[in-house]
Design a protein around this ligand. Structure first.
Ligand SMILES: C[S@@+](CC[C@H](N)C(=O)[O-])C[C@H]1O[C@@H](n2cnc3c(N)ncnc32)[C@H](O)[C@@H]1O
Length: 258
């Protein structure tokens, strides 16, 4: 991984990069779209257990990428909306909704920071996000305010995310190779994606941030949500080996008073 100095226009750089990732992700085995259309569930096993029954509930998925997780909730009966800033991702999600028969699913293209306006002020029983979402956002205070505004009274936000400690681990999953407390932007310039590191790309610059678990909880509390639980998991990371005695994924639920 290479790092370049200076911070480019993070929103434009990241959007261009994600737009280019979509055809790579639809084509390769990582997301296994044929298997997904045939019925494969893309959620981690702890997620349905922690979220509970979603049947008939409205669920908004922020930064939904191609909508696999969104549609997995839809297959469980949730009335789902997905939002992502990448038009190609949203178009792919709409096509997958048609292919999987989740016909009530809606997908909206917008920057997550503009989600309240983009969704016309609608609120949701469940706001769901994660698995590689927060690292693209510079300011968790701002994100949490948006996310909290989207939760209906009596509803909750559910976040399942790669543990920031995993971000500072080397490939062996045990050796610390980075700085957990670095909060400056990390600017990378490299082709390929986690789904296909060798894929040729032109929009290769991305701007990312590491957000500590404490920062996430503090931002949600400041936005008025009440944290109900925070669980740390020793598995579920695409890059790192499981059960090495280190946290790889975490999940939390935070409620809005009714
Ligand atoms: C790793 S994906 C997470 C989705 C899901 N966990 C998955 O693996 O399919 C990150 C998503 O965030 C989206 N994204 C990044 N920055 C965004 C922003 N500012 N507003 C909306 N979407 C954004 C990207 O387009 C991408 O689809």
């Amino acid at each position: 991984m290479t790092t370049t100095p200076g911070t480019p226009d993070w929103l434009s750089a990241n959007r261009a990069n994600w737009d280019e990732r979509v055809p790579i992700h639809t084509a390769g085995p990582f997301y296994d779209l044929p298997g997904f259309v045939a019925g494969r569930d893309s959620l981690r096993d702890f997620e349905p257990a922690e979220v509970g029954d979603v049947n008939g509930r409205t669920l908004l998925h922020l930064q939904c990428h191609m909508g696999l997780d969104t549609l997995s909730w839809g297959r469980r009966g949730a009335v789902v909306t997905g939002l992502d800033f990448s038009e190609p991702a949203v178009e792919t999600a709409r096509a997958l909704a048609a292919q999987t028969g989740v016909t009530s699913a809606r997908f909206v293209a917008a920057d997550v920071h503009d989600a309240v306006q983009a969704l016309d002020g609608q609120t949701f029983d469940i706001v769901y996000t994660g698995m590689g979402a927060l690292c693209w956002l510079p300011d968790l205070t701002r994100w949490a305010q948006v996310a909290a505004a989207l939760v209906a009274p009596g509803g909750f936000l559910y976040l399942a995310e790669y543990h920031p400690f995993a971000d500072v681990l080397g490939e062996d999953g045990r050796t610390v190779a980075g700085d957990y407390f670095r909060r400056d932007a990390n600017v990378y310039d490299e082709p390929g994606t986690y789904a296909d590191p060798d894929a040729p790309m032109t929009a290769t610059v991305t701007v990312e941030w590491l957000h500590g678990v404490g920062d996430v909880v503090t931002a949600l509390a400041a936005a008025g949500l009440q944290v109900e639980f925070l669980h740390e998991h020793d598995r579920g990371h695409f890059r790192l080996p499981a059960e090495q005695g280190v946290p790889l994924v975490y999940s939390l639920r935070a409620a809005k008073a009714g």
